[in-house]
Design a protein around this ligand. Structure first.
Ligand code: AMP
Ligand code: GLY
Length: 424
């Protein structure tokens, strides 16, 4: 018999260690499995060597271990339809899965789908055209002024967005994308007007009809200090974000969150999970840059520690259609996360370097991302290695504490940004 308190968490990054840490303190979780997890999640539950996209292996594991709740961390299993896979299987149908169906996950899985959805529901976003030929793209580019934004329609591991300074470069890039630069993902391209402003991330938990707002965060995407160099998965995060004033929040809720959830409901989309709104503040007005169908990484590392509620309570209400009665409770202090990366990331980097953590700062969270245990030794196992989160009375205070905590971690090639939150 499946038991909702036996939880399987899918994924293995910093986001998942944060979920696992929170669940390890949660009386509504009596047993936690993480597939595949990392060295950090292994301290919160039992890691199982199953890929988050191996549905038949997940099925077998869930049935053998009476798992009653599955939490999906990353987008890929969602876009590939893990929720539908459970719903269509009589043996799995009653197991609660936190995440949208494949149809709902299209908000992230197809940029063209997301743009059309926003158009249908009057949600502010950059002007765009969806193209499959260079000629079509050329016509639209003529109506825009530089810089030009090109987005592969499908999932491209966070690399599918190119921003070009002039039209000739944009056309060249478009040609390369349509020719399959990102495989099938870029056979269709969304060309967008460039929006100028400051970005922030907003998260809601929704059952596709009603929603609860979680704390907002700001992510630092570029590898270099002063927001320079190539894009990464995220080098740090701060929550809350001081420039997201009550006035801005009001606009975000009425112009973006409400119409999005009403759109999901009007289109009968099965969506029981997180919506991550990547927003940009253009002169006091919020626009959607992108939707994601999951929590952010490293935003989760700053957002979840501020949540007082037990996740098991939220998920029970979400799956039981009782999200309305949920009160979200937030710790008012600022949380700041600094990501430690392997030398060379986001380009080529090494794995397998030994990691030493000595005299941890007690008030900081050492959240593992790309780590594993090899021959009893903690070693690096990804580009983003560890995320360190601390609380403070201001972004500067919280970041200062995380910077101190970072000094306790040693591995060859360790890199991080010292300027997280400095712009806030
Ligand atoms: P995405 O994967 O859609 O989040 O895009 C990656 C990054 O490209 C975003 O975080 C923005 O910094 C930038 N970007 C995407 N679309 C636009 C746009 N229309 N205007 C300006 N910057 C954009
Ligand atoms: N930090 C951005 C993301 O999770 O997509």
């Amino acid at each position: 018999m499946s038991n909702p308190k036996i939880i399987l968490l899918l994924g293995g990054g910093g986001r998942e260690h944060t979920f696992a840490w929170k669940l390890s303190l949660d009386p509504g979780c009596t047993q936690l499995f993480i597939a595949p997890g990392n060295a950090g999640t292994a301290e919160c539950g039992v890691n199982v060597p199953i890929s988050a996209t191996d549905f038949p292996a997940i099925r077998a594991f869930v049935l053998e271990n009476n798992v009653g709740t599955v939490i999906v961390g990353p987008e890929e299993p969602l876009v590939r339809g893990i929720v539908d896979y459970f719903l269509n299987d009589p043996d799995l149908r009653d197991i609660g899965v936190i995440g949208p169906s494949a149809a709902g996950a299209q908000l992230e899985g197809s940029k063209a789908f997301a743009k059309k959805f926003m158009e249908r529901h009057g949600i502010p976003t950059a002007r765009y055209r969806e193209v499959t030929t260079v000629e079509d793209g050329e016509d639209f580019l003529k109506t825009l002024s530089p810089p030009f934004v090109l987005k592969a329609d499908g999932l491209a591991a966070g690399k599918g967005v190119l921003i070009l300074d002039n039209r000739a470069e944009a056309l060249d890039a478009l040609r390369t994308m349509l020719a399959g630069q990102f495989g099938e993902a870029s056979r269709r391209v969304v060309i967008e007007e460039f929006l100028s402003g400051i970005e922030f991330s907003v998260f809601v938990l929704t059952d596709g009809k009603t929603f609860k707002i979680l704390p907002e965060a700001k992510d630092y995407k570029r590898v270099g200090e002063g927001d320079t160099g190539p894009n990464t998965g995220g080098m740090g995060a701060v929550s809350p974000v001081p420039f997201v004033t009550p006035e801005l929040w009001e606009k975000v809720e009425t112009r973006i969150i409400r119409p999005t959830v009403q759109g999901l409901s009007a289109e009968n989309m099965d969506y029981k999970g997180f919506v991550f709104f990547g927003l940009i503040n253009v002169g006091g007005n919020p626009f959607v840059i992108e939707y994601n169908c999951r929590m952010g990484d490293p935003e989760t590392e700053a957002v979840l520690p501020r949540l007082k509620n037990n996740l098991s309570d939220l998920f029970r209400d979400l799956l039981g259609g009782q999200l309305n009665r949920t009160q979200i409770e937030i710790i008012p202090e600022t949380a700041a996360t600094i990501m430690l990366t392997a030398g060379g990331y986001p380009g080529d980097y090494r794995k397998g370097d030994p990691i030493q953590i000595q005299d941890k700062e007690e008030d900081s969270l050492y959240l593992h991302a790309g780590t594993t245990i090899r021959d009893g030794q903690l070693v690096t196992n990804g580009g983003r290695v560890l995320a360190i989160t601390s609380f403070g009375n201001s972004p500067a205070d919280a970041v200062a504490k995380s910077l101190q905590a970072v000094e306790r971690v040693h591995f060859e090639g360790k890199y991080f940004r010292r300027d997280i939150g400095r712009d806030l």
